[in-house]
Design a protein around this ligand. Structure first.
Ligand SMILES: C[S@@+](CC[C@H](N)C(=O)[O-])C[C@H]1O[C@@H](n2cnc3c(N)ncnc32)[C@H](O)[C@@H]1O
Length: 291
Protein backbone atom coordinates (compact mmCIF):
# COMPACT_ATOMS: atom_id res chain seq x y z
CA UNK A 1 0.00 0.00 0.00
CA UNK A 2 1.57 3.38 -0.93
CA UNK A 3 2.20 6.00 1.73
CA UNK A 4 1.44 9.71 1.40
CA UNK A 5 5.10 10.49 0.68
CA UNK A 6 5.20 8.13 -2.35
CA UNK A 7 1.98 9.33 -3.99
CA UNK A 8 1.28 12.27 -6.29
CA UNK A 9 -1.40 13.32 -3.80
CA UNK A 10 -0.92 15.38 -0.69
CA UNK A 11 -3.34 14.55 2.10
CA UNK A 12 -5.48 16.67 4.38
CA UNK A 13 -6.78 18.96 1.63
CA UNK A 14 -10.06 20.63 2.45
CA UNK A 15 -13.25 19.07 1.06
CA UNK A 16 -14.57 20.95 -1.96
CA UNK A 17 -11.13 21.42 -3.48
CA UNK A 18 -9.51 19.17 -6.09
CA UNK A 19 -9.66 16.12 -3.86
CA UNK A 20 -10.41 12.43 -4.33
CA UNK A 21 -13.78 12.92 -2.66
CA UNK A 22 -14.46 16.07 -4.71
CA UNK A 23 -13.91 14.12 -7.92
CA UNK A 24 -15.90 11.12 -6.70
CA UNK A 25 -18.90 13.29 -5.85
CA UNK A 26 -18.77 15.35 -9.03
CA UNK A 27 -18.19 12.31 -11.27
CA UNK A 28 -20.88 10.16 -9.66
CA UNK A 29 -23.45 12.96 -10.13
CA UNK A 30 -22.41 13.68 -13.73
CA UNK A 31 -22.39 9.99 -14.70
CA UNK A 32 -25.76 9.34 -13.06
CA UNK A 33 -27.20 12.34 -14.92
CA UNK A 34 -25.85 10.76 -18.14
CA UNK A 35 -27.81 7.55 -17.39
CA UNK A 36 -24.69 5.49 -16.63
CA UNK A 37 -25.85 2.75 -14.27
CA UNK A 38 -22.37 1.99 -12.87
CA UNK A 39 -21.70 5.68 -12.03
CA UNK A 40 -19.86 5.26 -8.72
CA UNK A 41 -17.81 2.29 -9.85
CA UNK A 42 -16.82 4.06 -13.06
CA UNK A 43 -15.79 7.15 -11.07
CA UNK A 44 -13.56 4.95 -8.88
CA UNK A 45 -12.02 3.25 -11.93
CA UNK A 46 -11.30 6.61 -13.59
CA UNK A 47 -9.46 7.74 -10.44
CA UNK A 48 -7.61 4.47 -10.07
CA UNK A 49 -6.60 4.54 -13.75
CA UNK A 50 -5.26 8.12 -13.78
CA UNK A 51 -3.66 8.18 -10.33
CA UNK A 52 -2.35 4.61 -10.34
CA UNK A 53 -3.44 4.17 -6.74
CA UNK A 54 -5.45 1.22 -5.42
CA UNK A 55 -9.13 1.68 -4.72
CA UNK A 56 -8.65 0.92 -0.99
CA UNK A 57 -6.03 3.68 -0.71
CA UNK A 58 -8.25 6.19 -2.48
CA UNK A 59 -11.20 5.37 -0.20
CA UNK A 60 -9.03 5.71 2.91
CA UNK A 61 -7.53 9.04 1.72
CA UNK A 62 -10.52 10.73 0.16
CA UNK A 63 -9.38 14.16 1.36
CA UNK A 64 -6.11 13.86 -0.58
CA UNK A 65 -5.54 16.66 -3.10
CA UNK A 66 -5.17 15.91 -6.81
CA UNK A 67 -2.53 17.76 -8.85
CA UNK A 68 -3.98 20.21 -11.40
CA UNK A 69 -2.79 18.33 -14.47
CA UNK A 70 -4.20 15.02 -13.23
CA UNK A 71 -7.45 16.77 -12.32
CA UNK A 72 -7.72 18.14 -15.86
CA UNK A 73 -7.04 14.67 -17.31
CA UNK A 74 -9.66 13.16 -15.00
CA UNK A 75 -12.19 15.77 -16.12
CA UNK A 76 -11.47 14.92 -19.79
CA UNK A 77 -11.98 11.21 -18.99
CA UNK A 78 -15.21 12.03 -17.19
CA UNK A 79 -16.56 14.01 -20.14
CA UNK A 80 -15.74 11.10 -22.47
CA UNK A 81 -17.51 8.63 -20.18
CA UNK A 82 -20.54 10.94 -19.84
CA UNK A 83 -20.73 10.77 -23.65
CA UNK A 84 -20.84 6.96 -23.28
CA UNK A 85 -17.31 6.26 -24.47
CA UNK A 86 -16.70 2.72 -23.10
CA UNK A 87 -14.51 2.56 -19.99
CA UNK A 88 -12.11 0.17 -21.77
CA UNK A 89 -11.29 2.79 -24.43
CA UNK A 90 -10.64 5.38 -21.69
CA UNK A 91 -8.41 3.10 -19.60
CA UNK A 92 -6.92 1.33 -22.66
CA UNK A 93 -7.46 -2.19 -21.39
CA UNK A 94 -10.05 -4.87 -20.63
CA UNK A 95 -9.89 -8.12 -18.69
CA UNK A 96 -10.72 -11.33 -20.54
CA UNK A 97 -10.47 -14.80 -18.98
CA UNK A 98 -8.37 -13.40 -16.12
CA UNK A 99 -5.84 -11.57 -18.32
CA UNK A 100 -5.53 -7.91 -19.22
CA UNK A 101 -5.77 -7.04 -22.94
CA UNK A 102 -4.79 -3.70 -24.46
CA UNK A 103 -7.64 -2.24 -26.51
CA UNK A 104 -8.00 0.76 -28.80
CA UNK A 105 -10.99 1.92 -30.86
CA UNK A 106 -9.55 -0.25 -33.70
CA UNK A 107 -10.73 -3.40 -31.91
CA UNK A 108 -13.91 -4.68 -30.33
CA UNK A 109 -13.77 -4.65 -26.53
CA UNK A 110 -13.68 -8.31 -25.40
CA UNK A 111 -17.04 -9.34 -23.91
CA UNK A 112 -17.64 -11.65 -20.94
CA UNK A 113 -20.01 -13.78 -23.07
CA UNK A 114 -17.11 -14.60 -25.43
CA UNK A 115 -15.40 -16.44 -22.54
CA UNK A 116 -17.93 -19.19 -23.30
CA UNK A 117 -16.00 -19.82 -26.55
CA UNK A 118 -12.96 -20.68 -24.42
CA UNK A 119 -15.10 -22.89 -22.14
CA UNK A 120 -16.36 -24.79 -25.22
CA UNK A 121 -12.81 -25.00 -26.59
CA UNK A 122 -11.60 -26.48 -23.28
CA UNK A 123 -14.31 -29.15 -23.52
CA UNK A 124 -13.42 -30.10 -27.11
CA UNK A 125 -9.71 -30.30 -26.27
CA UNK A 126 -10.42 -32.45 -23.21
CA UNK A 127 -12.39 -34.88 -25.39
CA UNK A 128 -9.67 -35.01 -28.05
CA UNK A 129 -6.90 -35.53 -25.45
CA UNK A 130 -5.12 -32.74 -23.60
CA UNK A 131 -1.63 -32.98 -25.09
CA UNK A 132 -2.56 -33.58 -28.74
CA UNK A 133 -1.07 -30.94 -31.05
CA UNK A 134 -4.27 -29.59 -32.60
CA UNK A 135 -4.35 -26.76 -35.11
CA UNK A 136 -6.73 -23.93 -34.35
CA UNK A 137 -7.81 -20.80 -36.18
CA UNK A 138 -9.26 -17.71 -34.51
CA UNK A 139 -11.02 -16.00 -37.41
CA UNK A 140 -11.78 -12.32 -36.72
CA UNK A 141 -9.28 -12.12 -33.87
CA UNK A 142 -9.70 -8.39 -33.04
CA UNK A 143 -7.70 -7.76 -29.83
CA UNK A 144 -6.46 -11.35 -30.04
CA UNK A 145 -8.28 -12.28 -26.83
CA UNK A 146 -9.47 -15.71 -28.06
CA UNK A 147 -6.28 -16.79 -29.87
CA UNK A 148 -4.01 -15.63 -27.04
CA UNK A 149 -6.16 -17.23 -24.33
CA UNK A 150 -6.24 -20.49 -26.32
CA UNK A 151 -2.43 -20.43 -26.71
CA UNK A 152 -1.81 -19.66 -23.03
CA UNK A 153 -4.36 -22.16 -21.67
CA UNK A 154 -3.24 -24.92 -24.08
CA UNK A 155 0.44 -24.53 -24.98
CA UNK A 156 0.28 -27.63 -27.25
CA UNK A 157 -2.06 -25.90 -29.71
CA UNK A 158 -0.82 -24.63 -33.05
CA UNK A 159 -2.65 -21.27 -33.18
CA UNK A 160 -3.35 -19.03 -36.18
CA UNK A 161 -5.14 -15.69 -35.70
CA UNK A 162 -6.63 -13.83 -38.66
CA UNK A 163 -8.52 -10.61 -39.24
CA UNK A 164 -9.52 -8.50 -42.22
CA UNK A 165 -8.24 -5.41 -40.36
CA UNK A 166 -4.48 -4.64 -40.33
CA UNK A 167 -5.01 -2.28 -37.37
CA UNK A 168 -6.72 -5.00 -35.34
CA UNK A 169 -3.91 -7.45 -36.14
CA UNK A 170 -1.33 -4.98 -34.88
CA UNK A 171 -3.17 -4.75 -31.50
CA UNK A 172 -3.47 -8.55 -31.39
CA UNK A 173 0.30 -8.88 -32.03
CA UNK A 174 1.00 -6.28 -29.33
CA UNK A 175 -1.16 -8.28 -26.86
CA UNK A 176 0.55 -11.54 -27.75
CA UNK A 177 3.95 -9.93 -27.03
CA UNK A 178 2.77 -8.38 -23.75
CA UNK A 179 1.25 -11.64 -22.56
CA UNK A 180 4.11 -13.86 -23.79
CA UNK A 181 1.85 -15.88 -26.07
CA UNK A 182 4.64 -16.89 -28.42
CA UNK A 183 4.14 -18.88 -31.56
CA UNK A 184 0.79 -17.51 -32.80
CA UNK A 185 0.74 -16.97 -36.57
CA UNK A 186 -1.04 -13.76 -37.62
CA UNK A 187 -2.61 -13.51 -41.07
CA UNK A 188 -4.52 -10.63 -42.64
CA UNK A 189 -7.41 -12.24 -44.48
CA UNK A 190 -10.97 -11.59 -45.58
CA UNK A 191 -12.53 -14.78 -44.16
CA UNK A 192 -10.44 -17.58 -45.76
CA UNK A 193 -9.07 -15.59 -48.74
CA UNK A 194 -5.43 -15.70 -47.53
CA UNK A 195 -5.72 -19.11 -45.89
CA UNK A 196 -5.95 -21.08 -49.14
CA UNK A 197 -5.16 -24.76 -48.69
CA UNK A 198 -4.91 -24.49 -44.89
CA UNK A 199 -6.94 -26.84 -42.70
CA UNK A 200 -7.60 -26.71 -38.98
CA UNK A 201 -8.95 -29.04 -36.27
CA UNK A 202 -10.90 -26.24 -34.57
CA UNK A 203 -12.05 -22.81 -35.81
CA UNK A 204 -13.22 -20.18 -33.32
CA UNK A 205 -15.16 -17.37 -34.98
CA UNK A 206 -16.64 -14.34 -33.29
CA UNK A 207 -17.57 -12.52 -36.50
CA UNK A 208 -19.72 -9.39 -36.84
CA UNK A 209 -23.36 -10.31 -36.20
CA UNK A 210 -25.17 -7.16 -35.03
CA UNK A 211 -28.21 -6.27 -37.13
CA UNK A 212 -28.35 -2.46 -37.61
CA UNK A 213 -32.11 -2.63 -37.06
CA UNK A 214 -31.85 -3.97 -33.48
CA UNK A 215 -33.28 -1.41 -31.08
CA UNK A 216 -31.78 -2.79 -27.85
CA UNK A 217 -28.11 -1.93 -28.46
CA UNK A 218 -26.23 0.35 -26.05
CA UNK A 219 -24.95 3.86 -26.97
CA UNK A 220 -21.41 2.59 -26.21
CA UNK A 221 -21.50 0.58 -29.48
CA UNK A 222 -21.14 3.84 -31.43
CA UNK A 223 -17.46 3.96 -30.34
CA UNK A 224 -16.57 0.44 -31.48
CA UNK A 225 -15.43 -0.41 -35.05
CA UNK A 226 -18.38 -0.92 -37.38
CA UNK A 227 -16.30 -3.56 -39.20
CA UNK A 228 -16.28 -5.61 -35.98
CA UNK A 229 -19.98 -5.28 -35.22
CA UNK A 230 -22.39 -5.06 -38.12
CA UNK A 231 -23.49 -7.45 -40.82
CA UNK A 232 -26.33 -7.31 -43.37
CA UNK A 233 -29.13 -9.87 -43.79
CA UNK A 234 -30.36 -9.87 -40.17
CA UNK A 235 -26.72 -9.85 -39.03
CA UNK A 236 -26.04 -13.22 -40.67
CA UNK A 237 -24.35 -12.26 -43.96
CA UNK A 238 -20.73 -12.83 -42.86
CA UNK A 239 -21.52 -15.92 -40.75
CA UNK A 240 -23.33 -17.50 -43.75
CA UNK A 241 -20.33 -16.85 -46.07
CA UNK A 242 -18.06 -18.26 -43.37
CA UNK A 243 -20.14 -21.46 -43.00
CA UNK A 244 -20.21 -22.03 -46.78
CA UNK A 245 -16.39 -21.88 -46.98
CA UNK A 246 -15.45 -23.43 -43.63
CA UNK A 247 -15.78 -27.17 -44.55
CA UNK A 248 -12.79 -26.86 -46.99
CA UNK A 249 -10.68 -25.57 -44.08
CA UNK A 250 -11.53 -28.22 -41.49
CA UNK A 251 -9.80 -31.53 -40.92
CA UNK A 252 -12.16 -34.53 -40.70
CA UNK A 253 -14.31 -34.34 -37.54
CA UNK A 254 -13.23 -30.71 -37.08
CA UNK A 255 -15.16 -28.32 -34.85
CA UNK A 256 -16.36 -24.75 -35.22
CA UNK A 257 -17.13 -22.61 -32.17
CA UNK A 258 -19.20 -19.65 -33.25
CA UNK A 259 -20.58 -16.66 -31.34
CA UNK A 260 -23.88 -15.03 -32.24
CA UNK A 261 -26.85 -13.46 -30.52
CA UNK A 262 -29.30 -15.88 -28.89
CA UNK A 263 -32.02 -14.75 -31.37
CA UNK A 264 -29.87 -15.85 -34.31
CA UNK A 265 -28.89 -19.33 -33.13
CA UNK A 266 -31.88 -21.21 -34.68
CA UNK A 267 -31.26 -19.56 -38.10
CA UNK A 268 -27.52 -20.33 -37.91
CA UNK A 269 -28.27 -23.97 -37.08
CA UNK A 270 -30.29 -24.17 -40.33
CA UNK A 271 -27.43 -22.59 -42.33
CA UNK A 272 -24.89 -24.94 -40.72
CA UNK A 273 -26.94 -28.08 -41.38
CA UNK A 274 -27.21 -27.05 -45.04
CA UNK A 275 -23.39 -27.23 -45.19
CA UNK A 276 -23.36 -30.69 -43.57
CA UNK A 277 -22.57 -29.68 -39.99
CA UNK A 278 -23.89 -31.50 -36.92
CA UNK A 279 -24.83 -29.46 -33.84
CA UNK A 280 -22.78 -30.40 -30.75
CA UNK A 281 -23.80 -27.63 -28.34
CA UNK A 282 -26.22 -24.70 -28.69
CA UNK A 283 -25.99 -22.06 -25.94
CA UNK A 284 -27.46 -18.53 -25.82
CA UNK A 285 -24.35 -16.90 -27.39
CA UNK A 286 -22.32 -19.88 -28.57
CA UNK A 287 -22.84 -22.61 -31.12
CA UNK A 288 -20.53 -25.62 -31.43
CA UNK A 289 -20.81 -27.60 -34.69
CA UNK A 290 -18.81 -30.45 -36.18
CA UNK A 291 -18.18 -31.49 -39.79
C1 LIG B 1 -16.96 -9.26 -33.13
S1 LIG B 1 -15.26 -8.83 -33.46
C2 LIG B 1 -14.47 -10.12 -32.52
C3 LIG B 1 -13.12 -9.76 -31.97
C4 LIG B 1 -12.53 -10.79 -31.00
N1 LIG B 1 -12.38 -12.09 -31.62
C5 LIG B 1 -13.38 -10.92 -29.74
O1 LIG B 1 -13.99 -11.99 -29.56
O2 LIG B 1 -13.43 -9.97 -28.94
C6 LIG B 1 -15.16 -9.33 -35.14
C7 LIG B 1 -13.77 -9.22 -35.79
O3 LIG B 1 -13.91 -9.77 -37.12
C8 LIG B 1 -13.19 -8.96 -38.02
N2 LIG B 1 -13.82 -9.14 -39.35
C9 LIG B 1 -14.90 -8.51 -39.87
N3 LIG B 1 -15.17 -8.96 -41.10
C10 LIG B 1 -14.23 -9.90 -41.37
C11 LIG B 1 -13.96 -10.72 -42.50
N4 LIG B 1 -14.70 -10.68 -43.61
N5 LIG B 1 -12.89 -11.56 -42.45
C12 LIG B 1 -12.10 -11.60 -41.33
N6 LIG B 1 -12.31 -10.85 -40.23
C13 LIG B 1 -13.36 -10.01 -40.25
C14 LIG B 1 -13.29 -7.55 -37.47
O4 LIG B 1 -12.24 -6.75 -37.92
C15 LIG B 1 -13.25 -7.82 -35.95
O5 LIG B 1 -11.94 -7.73 -35.45
Amino acid sequence: MPTDSTTPLSSHARYGERTVRGFMDMATKALTASSIASARLDAEILLNNRLGLPREWLLAHDDAEIARQQWNELCADLIARCRHCPMAYITGHKEFYGRNFAVTPAVLIPRPESEQIIASLNKIIKNKGDNVRLSILDLGTGSGCLAITAELEHPYLDVTASDISAEALSIARHNSNRLNADGIKFVQSDLFSNLTGQKFDIIMANLPYVDKLWKDTSPELAYEPKLALYAEEDGLEIIDKFLINAPKHLNGGGHIILEADRRQIPAIIKLAKRQGFEVIEALPFTLVIQH
